[in-house]
Ligand binder design. Sequence first.
Ligand code: NAD
Length: 482
Amino acid sequence: MAIKNYIGGELVEPVSRAYLDNVDPSTGQVYSQAPDSDHRDVEHAVAAAERAFPSWSRTPADERCRLMLRVADALERDLDRFALAECIDNGKPLKLAATLDIPRAVKNLRFFATAVTHFHSESHVTDGVALNYTLRQPRGVAGIISPWNLPLYLFTWKIAPALATGNTVVAKPSELTPMTAYMLSELCRTILPPGVLNVVHGLGAKTGAAITAHPRVPTISFTGGTVTGTEVARTTAPLFKKVGLEMGGKNPNVVFADADFDAAIDGTLRSSFANQGQVCLCGSRIFVERPILDRFLTAFVDRARKLKVGDPLESSTDQGALVSRSHVEKVGRYVELAGQEGGTIRCGGRRPDAVSPRCRDGFFFEPTVITDLPVDCRVNREEIFGPVVSVTPFESEDQVIDFANSTDYGLSASVWTQNLSRAHRVAERIQSGTIWINCWLVRDLRVPFGGMKNSGVGREGGLEALRFYTEPKNVCIHVAGS
Ligand code: NAD
């Protein structure tokens, strides 16, 4: 089956007629093809988006909202089909795609479709002289680049605010997980005016780079790795684009001795291994206060061992496949490195022997817990993005704050304590864009979302996203005779 680009309202082949193999990570087999698009396809998509912009940007917000809600409804009606497709394309458990990825994609569309109907701007009265008010106008064609770990979830998280605010879009999903963005474009074809949303599939360095470098795409929203983000920043800076970068994380999970023990174990297990540890917000560095270290480790390792690595289609599976052969190999190399850096593997650390006959050649890796690593070693500083976590004891609040802040990343953190004053103190001092107290991945779409340090530039979510995709323009009216 061949995926197509979605340009100017039509599903079209890439100009080159060249395709990339699309692999099912649970079997390791090629199961479809995606366009290997180049700058010519991007040029067509930008031209279509430019043609659609004057009309879409002048379409009343109510009407844009209505159309986007229709897309959300169509996606919700098709939830099972999309969840199955996401599971096959990414390797994640079907039950996760059906309860997290696709419902959240529906919610993203609904949230921003309706948010724009409540969006308002500021006015400033200059005493006795003038009245200023701020117009927030769509910026034109938005270039959107998304990763593979939460494919449709993050794709819609970015296209929804761009479209709702009246921009037109040229989007490129990850070449590793193109399927659900393609299926969404099939749905949009019957609902959105041609050219409002364009989806161009292909490789990052070719298709993605053609979008970021395009002189008539003034807004770029990127989610992906920090190395790629650096490249996006380098390309876009001299073109003076407005750029949002959501990048990698190496997030701390801080467990104080006074925490609700069972809640901390449950939450930390989920934040370690959800989606096979392939969530930018996963807490891969676990710091445990010394008095409860042994108890924590025993319970945590026991629970990690019980997670069932299995066929993503099976409802009993907790851990599906990692996204690609090269990724599972990279995770394996980090576990080897942990051994060289003095680590002790408490569980996992390898690819399981036989998940099932169907999944014999899939990209599986066992949930892995490592102890005895120095805080500043590479395994504790670099993003692995797989089911691999380290557990390190700490002695004091000051020490664990230093540990938490000891990487170049600053995306999120979880803190487990029943002492509210301590929770506030620690939250204030950890350098991350999101701090969860006694929870993980509780997401309210209104809150600012993004990273500090090498994890990101700018914020998404709620008003932040609506502001990002609009240009504030101040209008100053002289008040005569005052
Ligand atoms: P990636 O950086 O390899 O790719 C992300 C996207 O960028 C893909 O669509 C890719 O094709 C494209 N791309 C690659 N090179 C490009 C270039 N030169 N120019 C333009 N586009 C290019 O990331 P990935 O492996 O797909 O995703 C995993 C990474 O994403 C992890 O580091 C993870 O932490 C991060 N992530 C961050 C967030 C967040 O919100 N901060 C969310 C999810 C994932």
